[in-house]
Design a protein around this ligand. Sequence first.
Ligand SMILES: *Cc1c(COP(=O)(O)O)cnc(C)c1O
Ligand code: SF4
Length: 437
Amino acid sequence: MVYYNERQQKIAKKFSPDVIKSNWTDWKWQIKHTIKDIATLETLLNISFDEVERKKLEKTLAKFPLSITPYYLSLINPENFRKDPVFKQAFPSPAELQVGTWEMEDPLSEDKDSPVPGITHRYPDRVLFYISHVCSMYCRHCTRKRKVGDKDSIPNKKEIIRGIKYIQSHPEIRDVLLSGGDPLMLSDDYLDWILTELRKIPHVQVIRFGSRMPVVLPYRITDELVAIFKKHHPIWLNTHFNHPREITPSSREALRKLADAGIPLGNQSVLLSGINDCPQIMKRLVHKLVENRVRPYYLYQCDLSEGLNHFRTSIGKGIEIMENLIGHTSGFAVPTYVIDAPGGGGKIPVMPNYLVSWSSNKVILRNYEGVITTYEEPENYKSIRCNNNCEQCDLQLKPYETGECEYIGIARLMADSEKIISLTPENNERLGRRLAE
Ligand SMILES: *Cc1c(COP(=O)(O)O)cnc(C)c1O
Ligand code: SF4
């Protein structure tokens, strides 16, 4: 089933009178006809900006490029376009040029944590692998705003091979996230090649895609693409719906194809001022997602990237949304709200507090209704003192299943086998004085 509604037909006809459904639903046709300038958008939506505004918009575009697929454009309601959640995600605002005090070009230090070009290795067992520099639609709230769209569309094969070699030579990497830009901008053959190469590496257990195609260009999810994914299982895919309006018959169809191919689907939303900063909108969104077999995975606090000032909300808004979801709806419909730590600390989950207090044998908790309750801790629980000797342990984990046991951070403070008693910031003055004595 492919869908081609009246508004879409009208837009298609403006490109050329003989566009038919099969062009419109051809992803390559869509990419060839992405809207990259203001005048085309005005014609297609039948709207217009005055000279002053247009000048400001042009200035914004000179810094951050514009690209909208005809499909995504067709979701905009021209009657009320300025408040439209799709318009606001896709169309520039002069506010992007106001740089906030704390904004940075690379707030997540993705470039600093990059051992070879195209790879960010931040967490112990998984890497981000950027295999495309472009997207079909440039999200105005993109955290990699300064980077996407300014390079060649096909990443240099040498660079990709270098990335694959890095993964090959690091046996600790068991999960590879293919990202970009949008990795599904690459051709089927190219993707097949990358997946084949990655699958030759025995320690790569899981391959994940991060792609916004199901939202902005669902026709990219073709039977052929899905057949390629199927050859290389386990493949996971995370997409990026931000507003219930984005779930359309076409996007449902794309999600159905992916889910039917056995690809576990997740969604990463960004909390955006004036777009989805409302508990009711978020609830509607997560319900629509799970109806389509997509599990809400993360809700991101908007990053401190340059040009995103006007999109940022308070953290309180995010916690309020979580308060409205946890307990109020299915557990699997609730994403984890995270702040991606500036400076490269990774994602930090943030939640309302449920633990009210604690005694030597009881915890005091509150639930979503405001009921305060107690949980009596077991009297005879004997915690295992772990010496990392799995072979001697009653829990029967096979030593070859654990690999090397390495504790990091707070988990290291907790580990019985570690001698460390505290974590101290570098250049701590107090300790500096001790050494000086
Ligand atoms: C988000 C992210 C990952 C994946 O994190 P998960 O919590 O496993 O989804 C990996 N590397 C980097 C650099 C990331 O930002
Ligand atoms: S699809 Fe992703 S990488 Fe591309 S512009 Fe949007 S947020 Fe950025």
